[in-house]
Ligand binder design. Sequence first.
Ligand code: ADP
Ligand code: MG
Length: 440
Amino acid sequence: MKNFSELGIIEPILKSIEKVGYTTPTQVQEESIPLILQGRDIIAGAATGSGKTLAFASAIIEKAFPGKGIQAIVLTPTRELAIQVSEEIMRFAEFKQLTITAIYGGVSISPQMDALPNTDVVVGTPGRVLDHLSRGTMDLSKVKVFVLDEADRMLDMGFIEDVESILSACPKKRQTLLYSATISTYIYGLAEKYMDNPAKVAVDSYVDPSLLTQVYYQVAPNQKFSLLVHFLKKEVRGLVMVFCNTQRATDFVAKNLNKQGIEAIPIHGGLSQARRSHTLERFNSGKALVLVCTDVAARGLHIEGVTHVYNYDIPKEAKQYVHRIGRTARAGEEGIAISLLTEHDYDNFNRVLSNHDLNIERMDTPQVERVHMETMKREGFSGRGRGGFSQNRGPRRGYGGRGRGNGNGSGYSSGNGNSSGSGYRGSSGSGTSGNQVNYN
Ligand code: ADP
Ligand code: MG
């Protein structure tokens, strides 16, 4: 393992690194920084939390000088990430006196216009950057380094055309760095078009497996929320993220947790920028313990000290699962990812398992006290057939046997109605993939 100065990082950055207290480079830093400092274009695949920011910041800070126009631009998919990345670059640029400006939507444009003429480095979201370009308030003709952060997410969010327009506004002769948690053929296509013989750096271990525990629990639909409450009341040591698939579910879960006396705050794209920033501040300062969020809102954010990640819904794509679990077990800390599965989640869960080499251990579901909650009506969720699934592993637990037995409606309605749905089909263990799971 090398130390930072052996990677070729310049003195002013080394001073900041020492001040910040990093002792050894992460894997993606060790592998990409020497290439970056040689001026190569880079495609780097490395998960959330692997330390990508410092890798590209080292090129930006080396090449940019105060007062020479916008010499570097970093594009990020979300506003929160733009703020975070700009702050991170600022930390490492302290001894080079660069002016770094975060450019994102949802806030007034005029302060940004005032700041841009004196800006050396822009970190921004594509929409607002394009806005400035079309108003003529941002000049990218001096750009030497172009960074696309979280490129896969950028594609998912439909920013690709915006990104291409911004690339076209930069000089042809530049260094282009592309960072992504997952590398798809589409990303290679983009690279083909806009990059010059890029070096590829892939760091495959997205989490430290020895530090991350992944488990799942099977639970009846009307017990899922109660199980979450049970865990949150008992096990909370640090900060918790609870992932849901929709904004509605996010609001629903957060609201009902609060009714249970668990301080939970929702974060999703439907909330105003001010609200989201405020929410994150509270979370970062450790005042609130539970953050209930959608994938979009959580993506790419670094929140310190997340000990538990709950999947209240299982995401449709394996990629999202990987991103979610990447929120914990970061920077040498232990973490646990807990998936709560009802029959509605099996299709998604199987997809997650078949796409990745993941070790997710099944746990016995504890008997929990049924808690009261409001009903969330969900279209298309009633009456999905149970397919080949039988929940007959061992004696059926006496759910609700000692519950308070309030006769209230309970979240997802299940089982009634038409059963023509695409319920879990069991796949009867013939699995072509070693990761397929039978739920029996
Ligand atoms: P990514 O962009 O890959 O998701 P970040 O650049 O946000 O990751 O880094 C994740 C966290 O790890 C940040 O808190 C960052 O300050 C920290 N970090 C980065 N590099 C190191 C290092 N070499 N040693 C210790 N911590 C680091
Ligand atoms: Mg990042």
